[in-house]
Design a protein around this ligand. Sequence first.
Ligand code: COA
Length: 360
Amino acid sequence: MPPARTPASPGAPRAAADAPWPGAAAPGGTAPVLCGLGSWLPPRRVGNDELSRELDTSDEWIRSRTGIGHRHVADAATATSDLAVEAGRRALKSAGTERVDAVVLATTTPDRPCPATAPLVAAQLGLGTVPAFDVGAVCTGFLYALAAGSGLIALGTARRVLVIGADKYSGILDPRDRSTRVIFGDGAGAVVLRAGDPAEPGALGPPLLGSDGTGADLVAIRSGGSREPLREAADGAADPYFRMDGRTVFRRAVERMADTSLAAAERAGWAAGDIDRLVAHQANLRILHAVADRMRLPRDRCAVHLDQVGNTAAASIPLALAHAVAGGRLAAGHRTVLTAFGGGLTWGACALHWPELTPV
Ligand code: COA
């Protein structure tokens, strides 16, 4: 249950010991509070058997090595912004608002390399001329975007922020690469943050974030950037596809997500066993279990959604949240830790008491 606290009257000074998140600004309602949740999956569902007809793989291999049974794949006419708009619209409805003061979009698959996709999404949602920008942290993107949105609220730039994670990986995977094709799926999820009190359910603890650029080659699209422009690799040596050293990433993902989740819980004043729900980036069921084991957390406290959608990159956490709430596995008052790991390398975690809300 959320801590039983009496909200301070507006403007009343708050004792430092009364603020559950050290460092959170107490007076003035500048804590980011999660108050809406929406999600969207493209309708086409692709099962393991369908992929097995195209690639040298099998349902048995995919299920036993990853836990994935299906993923959703967008059609050629659908861009990341289309997925983001659908999820964003639903998050606004869930929050009971039509207006926000800013849009932050986490994605690795923008509609185009330039400009950012977020302004287009804001325009299509009818949000006027609000600030809107993209955040690139691959599979950790949603947590980085939450941090950016929280910063806009803490600084007074915005009172309400729409934070979206959306990716269309089907557009960047090598159709012949069985090691990535079976893992990734398309989708989008979004939350609304509003300025509130740090003691409220839904108030985010400080996102704890990290990066290690020495691992930049482990998850990468080699060609098409300033290091190796596509036009200079016209001899056929260009590689425009997403590549991943899965085995190395696996180990690092477990260590970083477990350790950062424990740190985020500690900042909230929780021991590992106090965590009711761990909503981790949905990369691989074996990773989820290994993270729980390293944290000494019962495995059944992990939200599991990847069996139905695969790894949806920046959309993974909000999609898993929506699925867990809809299935009754995540409820108001649950001590919840969100965590992710991805290319960059990047990672992060964030703690909150889950609020009362209805995902759309
Ligand atoms: N079907 C059948 N065999 C496959 C396969 C597939 N879809 N994909 C790979 N293989 C093969 C490999 O070729 C390899 O064969 P070899 O031993 O003859 O070389 C064998 O299976 C094992 O490959 P490996 O990569 O070691 O498998 P793995 O057990 O590590 O599982 C991943 C691969 C990608 C599922 C796993 O490493 C993983 O989930 N990594 C982390 C991903 C992640 O966290 N991403 C987050 C950031 S984006």
